[in-house]
Design a protein around this ligand. Sequence first.
Ligand SMILES: Cc1cc2nc3c(=O)[nH]c(=O)nc-3n(C[C@H](O)[C@H](O)[C@H](O)COP(=O)(O)OP(=O)(O)OC[C@H]3O[C@@H](n4cnc5c(N)ncnc54)[C@H](O)[C@@H]3O)c2cc1C
Length: 410
Amino acid sequence: MKSVEEFSEEARTWLDANASRRPVDAKSGWGEGSDDVSIFHNLAYEDEKALLDRAKAWQQKKSDAGFGAITWPQAWGGAGLTQAHKDAFEDLEMEYVTPDNHETFSITQNLIAPTINLMGTDEQRELFMRRFLRTEELCCQLFSEPGSGSDLASLSTRAERDGDEWVINGQKVWSSGAHFAEWGELITRTDPDVVKHAGMTVFMLKMDTPGVEIRPIRQMSGGSSFCEVFFNNVRIPDSMRIGEVGEGWKVTLTTLGFERGNSTRMHRIGGGWREIRALGEHFGADDPLIRQKMVDVYIGERVGEMSGLRTQASRKAGAAPGPEGSIAKLAWVQQLDRVARTAEAILGPRVTADTGDWGTWAWTQHILGAPGYHIAGGSDEIQRNIMGERALGLPMEPRADRGPWRDLPR
Ligand SMILES: Cc1cc2nc3c(=O)[nH]c(=O)nc-3n(C[C@H](O)[C@H](O)[C@H](O)COP(=O)(O)OP(=O)(O)OC[C@H]3O[C@@H](n4cnc5c(N)ncnc54)[C@H](O)[C@@H]3O)c2cc1C
């Protein structure tokens, strides 16, 4: 296997030939380039679709050159290299102007492709792995329901067997990217007469199947990143079942495990120290309280980076993902808040109205987006429960949900 240094040299040559270098400090140079610090996209459907198409094309170009899906086997369009190679490429790529990423990529490549790899059949791996890793097609996560979020295992969307097919009725909500995805990983209830964790089954659903209705939800930051999805007698062939009938919880926990592990390198969303420093330099940071907030942002970012390196080192040494995924996620969302509060303190009334000034109103997209990640991927309270129970060994929460799902209060 080529060394990280050798690989980085090849990557540098390829990036030089295929993208333009970001001018040094373009993001911190005041008034130059994009001032986007959004956490969620705030675009009209057509504009977001166009962004997605550009991002897909870039992803496929990287895959064809051996720089896409770096840790995955070549047979599936990957490069067959290590996490260290992947991190090295991502760090280099940051130095170039490339199409914006989209959150459905991470869901497809980092959560659902690995789930299919672990729990799917050979036919399913053959069907999905390559097209997901190259982002030829995208997949969303159809898990949460209006009555089942933190307590996901209480879900009600029903799947009933009819010969070689399953008939689905029910509703999902907060399904990120469902309006752009070709596929959805869908968790359903197949047996209401057993305990809630035992009667679930997972399927891959083609999102344009008759009976699927997708309604985007408008967020307070302006965009529509996620949707309600309704199922009205939707038919899925049994060949699209992932795992055994009744073992859907195992499949779902696998996807959620990948989701928490993934948050260790999510710090590139929204604004960070670089942009806060630029704000401070431009508007002045003489106020000692603002200076203190700025230093806290710097410390938070450095500690986050170092914890990420520690997690990577323990993975490299063969350790299984543990509660550190919850610690990393909580630390990351706290950092998003720290950045938001500091930007507000520096900008003051400039974030209350769009005056057209570069680098000011744009911050509302960070400030209004940050709260969403206290909830997405498991709320702060749930991460704290995981840390309390699994890392600190505190007593388990009292449970009132024993007995068949059908008899549980909902
Ligand atoms: C930006 C965003 C993107 C999302 N994307 C997706 C997606 O793609 N697919 C998908 O399926 N879902 C998605 N979700 C949904 C997300 O997983 C749920 O919102 C989350 O799990 C919380 O569930 P809930 O909204 O039903 O809140 P609830 O579970 O009703 O929780 C309400 C409040 O009670 C607290 N609480 C609940 N149980 C406990 C407990 N046992 N101990 C202490 N406190 C508790 C919670 O922390 C929260 O503060 C997304 C959500 C957001 C915000």
